[in-house]
Design a protein around this ligand. Structure first.
Ligand SMILES: [Mn+2]
Length: 372
């Protein structure tokens, strides 16, 4: 049996202000092509279908068309909800979709929902936190479930896992192997991946494969067959140098194959002085520009956009990384002219003093302001 694992589609995602609708549409089409060309039997997506709990109409349309295309294929589709999904909204129509081989599970009611196909059992555990158990377990038990790890222990202790079958778990959780580094990216928003929610990977020993969603960088945890597929597309400039892929699992020998997704628009960071950036080849890619100039530039983004219409972010490499604290430490109560104070602030930011020209410009500016 061939299984395709991808996750964290985050449909409806914007990158800064830029809509990724066309990029996601293209990605979903490639996903469908892979299902067809690789003769995939089961497609599994463990969570974060949508980027927002109230998905945009664009996001709903993308998902709707995607599901429709899948119903024309001979593939079973298994979906669980992630922390970004609204459980109730994602489960809309799920009873009907069930009849069309699309299984969407957003709820845990005391036993993990299972999907059986040939000799494989799929355990579908949607994103869950200890408080979700409140109405399921007795009060004295509930009081003992103080962490996600305790919760997972309790959930798995109730399952009888048949070792004569291949057992595959779908989960949207923060799974760690103590002592092993976690590869975070910025698009999964660190507050959603709190360490208090960490689940010990050793609890998952009984599963032949664990298909995880939640972390956006592809990575294995402890062994090759417990892994985050990562997002199919780059959703943050912190992921610019990542290699995104989808995973195909062949259950006959549990071998893995990694398939890249070719994005409609590449996402990259370009670095250089303003002049060197303006000499680079023009492009429609999604771009973050890091300028290395030391002198001040007037509205460089206006010029940059003429060459890179999808330049979304601009920062300065040479800029001193002064923090708000540093700035607050400038004593503005002392006897100092606005010009002196600005000089101090400027030095903090740029690690140099104002040039004579800049000083003169500023003097005129301040004089004009004072006259007004
Ligand atoms: Mn996610």
């Amino acid at each position: 049996m061939k299984i395709l694992h991808t996750s964290d589609l985050h449909l409806g995602k914007n990158l800064l202000e830029e809509s990724l609708y066309e990029d996601q549409k293209e990605m979903l089409q490639q996903l469908i092509n892979i299902v067809i060309n690789k003769q995939i039997d089961v497609l599994i997506i463990p969570g974060d279908i949508y980027d927002k709990s109230i998905p945009s109409t664009d996001a709903v349309n993308l998902f709707n068309n995607f599901l429709e295309a899948l119903t024309t294929l001979k593939v079973d589709v298994l979906i669980i909800s992630g922390n970004h999904d609204s459980r109730d909204r994602l489960s809309f129509g799920s009873n009907i979709f069930n009849k069309l081989n699309i299984h969407i599970v957003t709820d845990y009611r005391g036993e993990i929902y299972k999907f059986y196909k040939d000799d494989v059992v799929f355990y579908m555990l949607p994103f869950i936190k200890p408080f979700h158990l409140k109405h399921i377990v007795a009060e004295e038990t509930y009081e003992k479930i103080t962490s996600s790890n305790e919760m997972m222990k309790w959930i798995l202790a109730r399952e009888k896992i048949d070792k004569s079958k291949k057992n595959i778990l779908l989960a949207h959780q923060f799974v760690i192997n103590k002592g092993e580094d976690i590869d975070f990216s910025l698009s999964e928003s660190a507050t959603n991946v709190g360490t208090i929610d960490a689940i010990d990977v050793n609890l998952l020993d009984d599963f032949d494969y664990v298909a995880l969603g939640h972390l956006h960088r592809p990575q294995k945890i402890k062994r090759d067959t417990i892994r985050y597929s990562g997002t199919p597309l780059k959703y943050s400039f912190s992921e610019a140098s990542d290699n995104k892929s989808m995973v195909i699992i062949d259950t006959s020998d549990m071998s893995l194959e990694f398939l890249p997704v070719a994005p409609l628009r590449k996402l990259r960071v370009i670095t250089g002085t303003f002049d060197s950036v303006m000499k680079m080849e023009a492009s429609d890619d999604l771009i973050k520009v890091v300028l290395e100039d030391d002198t001040l530039l007037v509205s460089p983004m206006d010029e940059i956009k003429k060459r890179f219409p999808n330049a979304l972010s601009l920062s300065f490499a040479s800029k001193n990384n002064s923090t708000l604290d540093d700035i607050n430490n400038i004593d503005i109560s002392k006897e100092a002219s606005p010009l002196e104070l600005f000089n101090e602030f400027f030095k903090l930011q740029h690690d140099r003093t104002l040039t004579d020209d800049e000083q003169k410009y500023l003097e005129t500016l301040i004089n004009n302001l004072e006259e007004e």
